[in-house]
Design a protein around this ligand. Sequence first.
Ligand SMILES: [Zn+2]
Ligand SMILES: [Zn+2]
Length: 173
Amino acid sequence: MSLSLSNVDERPITFAQEVVLAVDKLDAEQVAGPFAVRLEGRVLPMDGGYLVDGSMEAEGPLVCVRCLVPVPWKGKDRFSVELRHPLDAADEEMELGEGDLDVVFITDDQLDVERLAAEQVMLNLPMRILCQPECAGLCPQCGANKNQEGSCQCEPEVDPRWEALRGLDGLPS
Ligand SMILES: [Zn+2]
Ligand SMILES: [Zn+2]
C-alpha cells in the first residue's frame, strides 16, 4: 500500500490509513500474531524530499519472554520522518542527525504506508514483555509452562558438580 507524493509540491497531503501487518513484517521473535496499525499524518515538501509527520496507534500480541505465551499489547506515538532521494542525502550528509528525525531513502515519489507502519511499531515495542510480573517461565527440562499448576513433575535440577562433592566427609549434603 503506498501513497503517491507527486502532487505534494502543490499542496500538503493528509492521510489516515489502517493496515494489518503480518508477523513477517515485524519481528517474529517478539510478535505472536498480526498487528492492526492506524497511521495518520501529513506530508509536506522539503528540500530534497518530503517531511512526513503524524501519529500511529498499534495493537497486537507480543510474546512473553519467559513462557512464550501471547500477551496483548497496545501502543501509540507521534513520528516525524524525512523521505529523501539518495543523491540529496549524500550531498547533505553533514546536515543529518539534527533532532529526532528519522530518514528514509526513497527512489520514487511514493510513501510506503505499510513500511512506515512497521517501522513505527518496531520503534515502540518494549524490549521485553512478561505475561505477568511473576511469570514462572518454562521448565528447563521438559518445556512445560510452569505458570500452570501441575504442569510437570520434573525434579529441580541439581548442579552435577555439587552432586559429586556430596559424598565427601565434612561437606554439607
Ligand atoms: Zn509468561
Ligand atoms: Zn518439567
